[in-house]
Design a protein around this ligand. Sequence first.
Ligand SMILES: Cc1cc2nc3c(=O)[nH]c(=O)nc-3n(C[C@H](O)[C@H](O)[C@H](O)COP(=O)(O)OP(=O)(O)OC[C@H]3O[C@@H](n4cnc5c(N)ncnc54)[C@H](O)[C@@H]3O)c2cc1C
Length: 368
Amino acid sequence: MSYSIAIIGAGWYGCHLASSLDALGMETKVFEMNARPLHEASGNNQFRLHLGFHYARHYNTRMQSRDGYMRFMERYPSLSGQVVNNIYAVPEQDSLMDFLTYRLIMTASGIDFSEAIDIDFKINNIEGYLVTEERVLHTESARVYFKQRLGDRLIFNQKIESIEEKADKVYVNGECFDYVIDATWGHFRKPPMEVFYEPTILLYYESKDTREIFPALTFVDGPLCSIYPTEEASLYTLSSVPHTPIGRFSSSSEARAVRNQLNQEFVTSKVKQMEAQIAHYVPDFNERFRFVAPQFSIKTKPIASYDDRSCHVFKQGRVFSVMSGKIDTVFFATERILSMLESLENLQFAKVPSMLRQEIGSAEYFQG
Ligand SMILES: Cc1cc2nc3c(=O)[nH]c(=O)nc-3n(C[C@H](O)[C@H](O)[C@H](O)COP(=O)(O)OP(=O)(O)OC[C@H]3O[C@@H](n4cnc5c(N)ncnc54)[C@H](O)[C@@H]3O)c2cc1C
């Protein structure tokens, strides 16, 4: 069965959903309020194609990442790049978990790693480390890919203000569709789960020696920090669990207002805090790297005491909403939506009488 589906938001989720649903014969149209795809969180993050190493404390998130990573590599082979020496290190004092427990959780989760590299830079205060195959997302290639793939089904500079359900249809800014998918990460409508909005700051750094390839270095597990390469050679992001978040807000508009008024003084104080944190583990960080610019974004997070970044899909009337956690879970979102659509079709299917007795009666047990 084919449906017309409006998708609000051209982030990773909206674009992936549109191209997957199109391939199945649905008529999709993506409305994006900015002038290009992947303009908000999908273009302003740490660009890590997760495999599960970040989520030692959440089983579902780890499993979704492990499976999503493999599917991402199959479906979008040219939209991520290899990371040379991608290290997850467990600090001696500051981690919520000791190294052997961390290692055991990853082994039991079936997530591959090795321990076979020599670290050839100064690193302090760690208990142990694993080397992973996590990759870096290529955002600009993804923008070009989705623009080509979706063509004029991607409508830019169109902010959705209203959706209204009438009879068996739904009207999006007055235009009629069978269904709507809210893929705005909770910015159009708050998802039907408890969430908060967190403005964030990451810092871009470039290596002073552009011939040198510094590894990706992530300290786990808990209020720690990481340095991760980008798609651009010699350019890295520095992120910090305690210093990246800039407050916690119950509405998207409050979080946006805070993000949009941050000033130079604020950035300078964050640079100081984040450099002090990374220097505890990488003492010559400032000799190796030069600060380039801040990156601002907004995270929508579930209110939960545990570390849930798994993807959830909800359906209310003719409106689906997607609450993502990371980019690798785009496949999970598509499957949930398809399965919900199929179950709606099954509800409409009239039950037919059983033919079993008739079939049994006519069966021939003995032949010859
Ligand atoms: C600091 C930070 C670091 C992160 N690091 C990683 C990482 O390393 N790896 C990873 O996998 N994930 C990471 N994430 C999470 C990841 O960025 C998100 O899960 C993902 O980008 C969400 O994609 P999305 O398509 O749901 O939302 P978005 O990318 O936010 O897209 C939503 C789109 O909806 C549009 N929109 C909103 N309202 C309307 C409206 N009314 N009308 C029309 N359009 C509208 C917006 O303009 C936007 O383009 C990080 C996030 C942050 C903030």
